[in-house]
Ligand binder design. Structure first.
Ligand code: F6P
Length: 543
């Protein structure tokens, strides 16, 4: 049995949980007028308010003891140093080096400094951006590129899509970027149907360059170009690849000069900082792309150097563990109050759930404690009119992150204030709740039915973090993502799991490959379980 739950510190946290679980946050706020000051932190212009959590100073101290018990400090250093912490794949996890290279520090992998190689690819990205943005790069008929289609899935899609959506005010109007990820042809067809092949550039983003969805769409895109260009030479004007598998990219027909490398020590879901961010760099410009890296680098430095009690990603992680492992909260909601951040929770779903959705620890043993929670959410205002009912009054505890910029480029101050009033009111309501007495006073009626009375009460005591910063800029977006990346890593360290592999996605892929030929004939299938057989045979009947 893994020793985590047997450790003295875990037992102390269990005992502390029993003491605290009935305490209402209303009382904690009343007892401590400085609770906000005591439980909030800043980095640059970002304020992290974690005072609306079911914690006291003692809780935090105990959680920090837990982090120390698992050797977190050394584990953080091991990641930054480039140790092979992805033990099942025998690789480092060095996405942080991609943002650190800007300061030209050395990082070694297999005794080789990787910084020159990172800088070489960054230079190549810069030159390519200039060529596309200035119009020097021309399509097969001599016209400028006006549309870019990024074909990729998972980490080769979600990061660039989320960041570019967030940073639309920075995007050049001359070049539109589109994202195709789904194997469902509708995604590619609906995207390219309004585009002209002669002015479209495809970026084939795939670390492995073998992913079925991406390669199938890439081949269809190539065919679409060929139908119009009628000349294979056009491929070099309209296709670039981003991959750690150069050989496969060349096999596909990508010109050698059009390949932007990244490396096996960059995990797919941590890859937007690499050449996978090419579409971002083209759209917002290379300088802004560097700001994104710098924003992440600021958090890297903070994460590496700040003591745990003032370390934002460490505290985010510890709070998550507090609810996940002691309050048995199964999920965590991410709720941005900015339309531009509407894909943040989609992105963080992969970041967190593919990293920490594991039940085997680093010693190969099955864990006897909960690991990664279900990450979900969407734009806060829209969520309010959909699922907030459950967060306020349901039987499940759902810790939430509320995220908002103080300023917005488009809206009048007045309209933005309405948005922010909601960003502020929801966590307040979750924390405070509403008592029966308050309902009675509010309705000012004596003959209210018990059902109505109780239905209108809110227990409150529902935890949340609030993140407030000045504006959605490349730098703040970089910082925000890095905070969550490190939070995820810290939780993996404490749960003693490898956050950098994703073996759980393989079985389904293997079975799909095996099953595909069975769909392409008219025979009755009886080789699977009766459910799968039944579904295949019904499909054949109605197709
Ligand atoms: O199948 C999961 C996964 O491997 C993710 O980890 C990754 O981000 C995605 O597929 C895409 O992989 P690739 O970039 O190799 O096409």
């Amino acid at each position: 049995m893994p020793e985590l739950t047997e450790s003295a510190i875990w037992q102390s946290l269990n005992a502390h949980y029993e003491n605290i679980r009935h305490i209402h946050m209303r009382d904690l706020f009343e007892q401590d007028p400085n609770r906000f000051e005591n439980f909030s932190l800043h980095i640059n212009d970002l304020l992290f308010d974690f005072s609306k959590n079911r914690i006291t100073k003692e809780t935090l101290n105990l959680l920090i003891d837990l982090a120390n018990h698992t050797g977190l400090k050394d584990q953080i250093e091991a990641m930054f140093r480039g140790d092979k912490i992805n033990i099942t794949e025998n690789r480092p996890a060095l996405h942080t080096a991609l943002r650190r290279s800007q300061q030209n520090k050395t990082v070694y992998v297999n005794n080789e400094d990787i910084t020159p190689e990172i800088n070489r690819v960054l230079d190549k990205i810069e030159q390519f951006c200039d060529q596309i943005r200035s119009g020097k790069w021309r399509g097969y008929s001599g016209k400028k590129i006006t549309n870019i289609v990024n074909i990729g899935i998972g980490g080769s899609d979600l990061g660039p899509k989320m960041v570019l959506t967030a940073l639309q005010p920075y995007a050049t109007e001359n070049i539109k970027v589109h994202f195709v990820s789904n194997i469902d042809q509708a995604n590619l067809i609906e995207t390219i149907s309004n585009l002209a092949p002669e002015t479209t550039l495809f970026i084939i983003s795939s670390k492995t360059f073998t992913t079925q969805e991406t390669m199938t769409n890439a081949h269809s895109a190539k065919q679409w170009l060929m139908n119009s260009a009628q000349n294979t030479q056009a491929i070099s004007k309209h296709f670039v690849a981003i991959s750690a598998n150069r050989a496969e990219a060349i096999n596909f027909g990508i010109a050698s000069d059009n390949i932007f490398e990244f490396w096996d020590w960059v995990g797919g879901r941590y890859s937007l900082w690499s050449a996978i961010g090419l579409s971002i760099a083209i759209s917002i410009g290379f300088k802004n792309f560097c700001q994104l890296l710098l924003g992440a680098n600021d958090i890297d430095n903070h994460f590496r150097l700040a003591p745990f009690e003032r370390n934002i990603p460490v505290i985010m992680a510890l709070l998550g563990i507090w609810y996940n492992n002691f309050f048995n909260a199964a999920s965590h909601a991410i709720l941005p109050y900015a339309h531009s951040l509407r894909y943040l929770s989609d992105y963080l779903q992969q970041c967190d759930m593919e990293s920490n959705g594991k039940s085997i620890d680093r010693d190969g043993l099955e864990v006897n404690y909960e690991t990664g929670p279900i990450i979900w959410g969407q734009s806060g205002p829209n969520g309010q009119h959909a699922f907030f009912q459950l967060i306020h009054q349901g039987t499940k505890l759902v810790p939430c992150d509320f995220i908002a910029p103080a300023c917005n480029r488009y809206d009048s101050t007045e309209q933005h204030a309405i948005l922010l009033s909601n960003f502020l009111a929801q966590p307040e309501a979750l924390m405070q709740g509403q008592t029966i007495e308050q309902v009675k006073t509010e309705l000012n009626q004596d003959d209210l039915s018990i059902t109505l009375l109780h239905s209108k009460t809110f227990s409150g005591n529902r935890p949340s973090n609030s993140f407030l910063f000045k504006e959605v800029t490349p730098k703040t977006v970089g910082s925000l993502i890095a905070l969550y990346e490190h939070k995820t890593f810290v939780q993996g360290c404490i749960w003693n799991i490898n956050s950098f592999d994703q073996m759980g996605v393989e079985l389904g892929k293997k079975l799909a490959y095996a099953l595909l030929p069975e769909l392409n004939n008219n025979q009755i299938i009886d080789t699977h379980d009766s459910s799968t057989n039944g579904l295949i045979n019904y499909y054949k009947k109605i197709r």
